[in-house]
Design a protein around this ligand. Structure first.
Ligand code: SF4
Length: 189
């Protein structure tokens, strides 16, 4: 199911309902800045591939955003390669897999980077604001923040999932694409 196809239009729809906070943040920043640095392009790009965005659609999606900032020509010259590379069409032709939570949590985003795990890398203020936008509040907000303080980032994400979907997630969240698939399965019921 992970590699079922999805269109660019659908991506915009499901981003709001089924992306975990890490991908939601990258997606929003991409739409806002029409740009993401390398770490963000990798984290979001491979996630979208896992969600089922085909190579041609991925190229169209990234080009539409980046063109606002760098122009279509520069996109083709400097950025298209990286996307084809993620899909195993360039270089060593490795078919790269989307990053797990563990890998994302252990990443070290620098200034201007938007990748990483918000539960681990956001300030408390920014995390509260982002969670609030997802509809997390009151007691649930404090429960999530307590998990974060205890460095249980994936448990914090699991709690968020449960609040947003109004149902339990017994398996826990260990991969952004699992979050997505579980969410879609619930929403499609
Ligand atoms: Fe993303 Fe995993 Fe962090 Fe959730 S716990 S925000 S899915 S990296």
């Amino acid at each position: 199911k992970e590699f079922a196809e999805i269109s660019v239009t659908d991506i915009n729809k499901v981003a709001n309902s089924s992306f975990p906070l890490c991908m939601r943040h990258l997606f929003e920043k991409l739409k806002e800045d029409h740009h993401l640095k390398h770490g963000g392009r990798m984290q979001l790009g491979l996630f979208l591939k896992g969600v089922g965005l085909k190579l041609e659609d991925a190229l169209a999606f990234w080009k539409a955003e980046f063109s606002h900032k760098v122009g279509a020509e520069r996109f083709d010259k400097e950025y298209a390669y990286g996307i084809r590379h993620n899909y195993g069409k360039e270089g060593k032709r490795t078919d790269y897999t989307p990053y797990s939570c563990q890998k994302i949590i252990l990443s070290t985003p620098g200034a201007g980077d938007h990748h990483g795990c918000p539960y681990r890398h956001f300030s408390e203020e920014n995390l509260r604001a982002a969670l609030s936008k997802m509809g997390v509040g009151g007691r649930s907000m404090e429960d999530v923040m307590e998990k974060v303080r205890n460095r249980h980032y994936q448990l914090a994400c699991t709690l968020t999932f449960e609040v947003v979907h109004g149902t339990s997630c017994d398996a826990g969240i260990n991969h952004p694409n699992q979050y997505f698939t579980d969410s879609q399965n619930i929403l499609k019921l």
